[in-house]
Design a protein around this ligand. Structure first.
Ligand SMILES: [Zn+2]
Length: 144
């Protein structure tokens, strides 16, 4: 089991990793070098890291025999959130249109928008009444 390293060593190893990516400021580089001069364990770690990075960077680029495709996986929750967002957007648009129709006075064809909005069920109430009457007629006993 590896012993717990001091915080300074953890930071030095982080800096050694960042140095491999050339992401160190001048101050950070100096700080790392000072630590490596005093700490043999971190110096060995940094040397090994530099060797691995150098080896990887000098290796030839591997060519794949066929392209690699990664499937696009949609998460169900993400899909549900997208649908909910679409539904909310449509509801807001419908409300805005209804408010605009009610507030803007008579329509060009002379019927007030408020009447248009109030009868926007496209005759569903009348259809329901007709269906109810038909259902009652079919279950009623035949007339004598
Ligand atoms: Zn150290």
């Amino acid at each position: 089991m590896e012993s717990v390293r001091p915080r300074a060593c953890e930071r030095a190893r982080q800096l050694a990793s960042e140095r491999a990516d050339a992401d160190l400021s001048e101050f950070e580089a100096m700080r790392l070098e000072r630590h490596l001069a005093r700490c043999t364990a971190c110096a060995a770690f940094a040397a090994q890291l530099d060797a691995v990075v150098g080896s990887l960077r000098s290796a030839p680029i591997a060519r794949l025999s066929s392209p690699v495709y990664f499937p696009v996986v949609r998460r169900p929750r993400q899909r549900a959130l997208q649908l909910a967002a679409v539904g909310t957007t449509l509801a807001v648009i419908a409300a805005a249109v209804a408010i605009g129709m009610v507030a803007s006075g008579p329509a060009p064809h002379g019927v007030p928008y408020s009447d248009v909005v109030l009868s926007a069920d496209n005759g569903r109430a009348e259809l329901d009444s007709a269906r109810l009457a038909a259902a009652r007629a079919s279950t009623a006993p035949p007339a004598p």
